[in-house]
Write a protein that binds this ligand. Structure first.
Ligand code: HEM
Length: 138
């Protein structure tokens, strides 16, 4: 069977999904406070590389690990679920079939343990002042 990367439509399709997903997250008050100090071009590149590599594409993710990245961010379970919901809405908008969506979510799901720090359904919690954002891409 073709790789998930190919079935999603390759790099152009993944880039378009990440762009649309970022815009949706930016407009979602349940989670957008966390991105207050984020360099968005860096985040978008990192997400494209991560999804491309994880789905069997020809990319190499060069960002920080998921635990290190989200450490001290205070992400709640409710915020994690909100982000996944935004991703599913985005994938539905691109008419990605459910089988491919489930496969992609199956790759991301195990990362939850490294991302969620607060097992609460609360959303819209602020980014702690102490969180060190990654440097912008040069
Ligand atoms: C499976 C789910 C998730 C994945 C795969 C993921 C992936 C990533 C990746 C690849 C980066 C870039 C790392 C780097 O620049 O070195 C990142 C950064 C970030 N993530 Fe996540 N993430 C997820 C869930 C979340 C959730 C639920 C939140 C909060 C609601 C969140 C908030 C952030 C923020 C704010 C940054 C930017 C950090 C900075 O400013 O340096 N992420 N994430």
């Amino acid at each position: 069977m073709a790789s998930l990367y190919e079935r999603l439509g390759g790099l152009d399709a993944i880039t378009a999904v990440v762009d649309s997903f970022s815009a949706r997250c930016a407009g979602d008050n349940r989670i957008n406070g966390k991105f207050a100090r984020t360099d968005i071009p860096r985040l978008q590149k990192m997400l494209v590389d991560q999804v491309c590599e994880a789905t069997g594409g020809p990319c190499t993710y060069s960002g920080r690990g998921m635990r290190e990245t989200h450490d001290g961010m205070g992400v709640t379970a409710g915020e994690f679920d909100a982000l996944v919901e935004d991703l599913v809405t985005t994938l539905d908008g691109f008419e990605v079939p459910k089988a491919e969506q489930d496969e992609l979510l199956g790759l991301l799901g195990p990362m939850r343990a490294d991302i969620v720090e607060v097992e609460s359904s609360e959303t819209g919690t602020p980014l702690p002042e102490t969180y060190q954002a990654a440097p912008a891409l040069t």
